[in-house]
Ligand binder design. Structure first.
Ligand code: GN1
Ligand code: MG
Length: 381
């Protein structure tokens, strides 16, 4: 590998080796693979042969600077959060290293947990957790309950974390009201001439506007407490043990910021209780599965119930509808403004995603009373 290689001009394999060298990874490069999960950052699993002969893998990520304008702030947050969680776990006697995230520091000069290359590429390297797996669509109710427990425990572990110490990595990330207002401005502007093809979807989102702005309004009136939340609680952000299927660790800490519990609960079930993938084209396959919802709730609620206020319990189900409609709006907003935010695999991918979220939201509307009573029942148990 050439040391003077400009990262942006190198084939990805050489770039990854350069990055690993900068982060002090010992041994020799063996292989890499692209980790397809995630709509924002570019993620790779890179494997090295350690000088002692064994193979060791690392997660190398290039952070999307269009989405994360101040990535140094993210790395600052991550450092504080991972240290806090690790200390709390150690205090409870949990020392299994597969249960913690770890980010490596650069070996050149200032030992930072990130590296900015010559071309404004922002890189980080974290531990790869061996024998772990993650799910996009999952039918195993045990796994879903484990995911609920993992996010509930995560929430709990951060309950005494001073939110003032965290940067707001994406301001107004789940401010549904602001997102709705901005969306309607973009619809009016129609800068890419795309609005005509999506009137039906725009109308559906507009129709639910008041209902999905309830949580933001309750927060504004201080009827809901602001907590430190994960804000991106897709089940694929939990790593599970490949054999026992137990949840090991919550990953993707980029959006950990002050937020609402209902958003974390809601975003998780939006993803995990969908019977289909988030971008399923065949809408007849898309439904909200109450058994999966219940399994997640059964893991999540007992972990957090002592801390929850009455209003928080009452709004968990609404969190699911809110996050689903908000994401439909975000995908559609990205489509009509030119597909700059989410990575797309084909033209129109964001419309497919929007339609899938709308189909899911419609099913949630039909099942809303049952969603409410499942939460209440588990809360009272
Ligand atoms: C993005 O990249 P990923 O998959 O972790 C997005 C989430 C969305 C999600 C939808 C920073 O998360 O908010 O819910 O896609 N992350 C950001 O799949 O916008
Ligand atoms: Mg994420």
């Amino acid at each position: 590998m050439k040391n003077n290689c400009k990262l942006q001009e190198c084939p990805i394999e050489e770039t990854l080796q350069s990055i690993c060298t900068i982060f002090g990874v010992p041994g020799t490069f063996e292989k890499y693979e692209v980790i397809i999960m995630g709509n924002i950052n570019n993620t790779y699993k890179v494997t090295y042969r350690h000088p002692d002969g064994f193979l060791k893998s690392y997660v190398v990520q290039k952070v999307n600077m269009y989405v994360f304008k101040k990535p140094r702030q993210i790395m600052n947050n991550i450092d504080l959060i991972t240290t806090h969680i690790k200390n709390k776990n150690f205090a409870c006697g949990i020392t299994d290293t597969r249960r913690f995230m770890h980010f490596y520091h650069t070996h050149n000069g200032k030992r930072k947990n990130y590296y900015l290359d010559n071309n404004h590429g922002f890189w980080r390297v974290s531990k790869y957790i061996e024998n772990s797996e993650t799910y996009n669509v999952c039918d195993d109710l045990f796994v879903l309950e484990e995911a609920g427990r993992a996010f509930g425990k995560f929430q709990n572990a951060l309950s005494d974390f001073d939110a003032q110490k965290l940067y707001e990595t994406i301001p107004d990330f789940h401010n549904t009201k602001k997102r709705m207002n901005d969306f309607l401005v973009h619809v009016n502007e129609d800068s890419c001439d795309r609005v005509e093809s999506v009137y039906e979807e725009i109308d559906y989102i507009k129709g639910l506007r008041d209902r999905v702005c309830v949580l933001t309004e309750m927060l504004e009136r201080k009827e809901l407490p602001l907590r430190v939340t994960h804000n991106d609680t897709k089940i694929n952000n939990v790593l599970f043990d490949g054999e026992t299927k137990q949840a090991l660790v919550v990953i993707d800490l980029d959006t950990v910021m002050p937020g609402l519990v209902a958003h974390d609960f809601g975003d998780a079930v939006r993803f995990a209780a969908n019977t289909a993938a988030e971008d399923e084209m065949d809408l007849s396959k898309v439904a909200f599965d109450l058994e999966k919802y219940e399994a997640f709730a059964r893991g999540f609620i007992p972990e957090v119930k002592d801390a929850l206020t009455e209003n928080e319990v009452k709004t968990l189900a609404l969190g699911a509808l809110t996050m689903t409609v908000e994401l439909a709006e975000r995908f559609l907003d990205d489509y009509i403004t030119g597909d700059n935010y989410f990575k797309i695999k084909y033209p129109g991918h964001n419309i497919v995603r929007t339609r899938c979220q709308i189909a899911l939201a419609k099913d949630m509307e039909r099942k809303f009373d049952e969603m409410q009573s499942i939460v209440e029942r588990i809360y009272k148990e």
